[in-house]
Design a protein around this ligand. Structure first.
Ligand code: COI
Length: 332
């Protein structure tokens, strides 16, 4: 029987892995995230299935190779936690799980955007401090009169565009290679998108050396005063220091994010206070609450999305066993 060690299996996900195992794989479900300290739990397996916060650096990949494992598949879209130099050096295969319920991430991005757009975050913060004054800063636009800028109009960006479009907003998008079939957005250049949008929402992948700080000081300066920035992609696609400065100085109206820097050291953990965060930039950014709102990378965390991730991953393994190639091979 084909044995797969699966890391980072949360309690709510365990029954789903068992229910959806229609291929009768031998599943070794490990609740902790993959680190060098528990990589030996994969010994004796044919493959590993990881998630977005698992360590998959050169040292770990070397160990997996020593265990005779050739298949390092991930059940998320992003592969920025995987060292491809090591993977390719050992001739290993990586597959991912694109296309899992795009509404999961899109709905969270939309909610973060709307929450800041209608000033709900500062308003609820103040009412909880017993301040019921109707502050001038709560005076708002309505979404059907607003322009949204989607940066990266792939599956997720387009799903978010449709949510805003359904409410009558004008939706612009920037895409390196615009899809002429995509009618949910109006494609434009980055400068126009920044200049015209009331909410800018990030949906580009983080490719080290390429898409880091895609939105930095220069881009923020081009945005409307008081515009909202939303990031449900990856922390480093935005210059978090520049964002922090812009929110503090009221250039940006707010930043809603599901992603931070150094997430592998943060996500899933309970710290005693924000002072204990391992990254000073994250800490500084979070001090701007309630105009910076942060969720713990939970965009994917819906029943439908997790089921999709498991089904797509199992299909990847099934296809690899039948044809030698997973459905979503990453390293061609
Ligand atoms: C992704 O699919 O890339 C995600 O952001 C999900 C997360 C669990 C890392």
């Amino acid at each position: 029987m084909f044995k797969i060690t699966i890391y980072s299996v949360r309690k709510v996900e365990r029954p789903l892995f068992e229910k959806l195992n229609k291929y009768d794989f031998d599943l070794n479900l490990v609740s902790e995230r993959l680190t060098i300290d528990n990589v030996d739990k994969a010994e004796g397996s044919d493959a590993v299935l990881i998630s977005g916060f698992d360590d998959c650096d050169g040292e770990i990949i070397k160990k997996l190779h020593e265990f005779g494992i050739n298949y390092v598949y991930t059940r998320v879209v992003g592969v920025d936690n995987i060292d491809f130099t090591a993977i390719d050096g050992y001739g290993m295969q990586v597959a991912n799980a694109p296309g899992y319920s795009p509404r999961a991430v899109a709905e969270l991005a939309f909610i973060l955007g709307m929450t800041l757009f209608r000033h709900v975050s500062p308003a609820t913060y103040n009412t909880h401090m017993a301040n019921f004054a109707l502050l001038p800063s709560y005076f708002a636009n309505e979404i059907h009169n607003a322009t949204i800028g989607i940066v990266g109009a792939g599956t997720l960006g387009t799903a978010e565009a449709k949510l805003y479009g359904a409410l009558g907003a004008k939706v612009l998008a920037y895409q390196r290679h615009p899809d002429p079939e995509n009618k949910a957005v109006e494609f434009t250049d980055m400068d126009t998108l920044l200049k015209e949008s009331d909410i800018v929402s990030m949906h580009i992948p983080y490719i080290p050396g390429k898409t880091g700080n895609f939105i930095g000081k220069e881009e923020i300066d081009k945005m409307k005063d008081g515009a909202i920035l939303v990031n449900t992609a990856r922390g480093p696609v935005v210059d978090n220091q520049a964002v922090s400065y812009a929110v503090r100085n009221f250039k940006l109206g707010g930043y809603g994010t599901d992603v931070l820097l150094d997430e592998d050291k943060i996500m899933g953990k309970q710290f005693d206070s924000l002072d204990d965060l391992p990254n000073d930039i994250d800490k500084d950014l979070m001090l701007n609450y309630p105009n910076v709102i942060v969720t713990p990378h939970m965009g994917f965390y819906t029943e439908k999305a997790v089921e999709d991730m498991i089904n797509i991953s199992f299909e990847n393994f099934d296809s690899m066993l039948k044809t030698g190639k997973p459905t979503h091979l990453v390293n061609k």
